[in-house]
Design a binder for this molecule. Sequence first.
Ligand code: SF4
Length: 396
Amino acid sequence: GQCAAICPTGAIVVKSEIGKAWAALNDSGKLVVAQVAPAVRVALGEEFGLPAGEIVTGKVVAALKRLGFAKVFDTSIAADLTVMEETTEFLERVEQGERLPQFTSCCPAWVKYAEHNAPDFLPNLSSCRSPQQMFGSLVKKYWARELGKKPEDIYVVSIMPCTAKKFEITRPEFTTDGVPDVDLVLTTQELARMIRESGLAFDKVEVESFDMPFGFTTGAGVIFGATGGVAEASLRAAYEIATGTVLEQVNFEEVRGFKGLKEFAVDLNGTEVKIAVVHGLANAKELLRRIQNGEAKYHLIEVMACPGGCIGGAGQPIATDQEVKKARARSIYRADKLSQLRKAQDNPVVAKFYEKWLERPNSHEAHESLHTSYATRGRITDEDIQLLTSERKHKV
Ligand code: SF4
């Protein structure tokens, strides 16, 4: 295939997979479904002359339907599920005082970095799979069964801001009996190319809404797209679960924005919980160094390998201007603000998934389907991992 967002000369090659997507849509005989990551909806419009950061969620859904996808779902609902799993895990670690700080694990480039170049921290990573992989697991394991289909009868295509997600789906632990949980990843740029190839006028297409059951998200699942969003979504849940009281003010401004390191402390039942947020591997590396030296101490750390988080991912339309990324982030928080529900724990569809399929957060079943484990791998250069991210191409 042709090179997509990046054409490295090293070991990691990111290939365009538009051909595979067309083949699946045209004649696979499978039910082809899409999941759309939060960062895509605030960037795809730029490829079609719309203002930077414009929220085009309804157009993305409609365009995917016109390309032939049978169902179009929202990865954000799986992000809500991630919040439930990760926060439950976190509160247990706080109570037992073990494996702290807990690191987020939804960015596959960060996970890969930790496995290769920071293995001492692997026990501290959350065992949660990323939202993309949780989604794939739900579809192939449970939803297929409800439809009376086999997992291999459904073809899952992720629309992602990210090139590392292409690598993530090939991890053997995310394939069950030879059937991958997610079959294909297309970047935002690749989807734009497919739309152009189809001749569809994106700016004119009438909006549509996501399909159920994976179409209803809270604001918490949407802010995963910007740096600080995962930490903020977790805080909204951790506070309510730990204290048993309703959190009225859900905005945690301290963890928003593009500062290299953001910090916040919150009192959870008399325990002062310290949170740090870093984006870009260079910032992450510096933070790890300070933790190892005893200069810094935290309970929860969000790491996103791309500067700005997923809105600035390597699969997004190239943002040469910092203002473009800022506009995308503003739109992410606007979408959150416009949501009737802002907390993952309030998502009634996620509650239904627990009732029907998963029992409760961190149950045995949830562990089987939504969690993973990590392995120490040989050291590689930081630059090799940065090839999966936008860090070396456009710096914040
Ligand atoms: Fe992918 Fe970058 Fe987001 Fe990590 S931060 S999940 S590498 S887009």
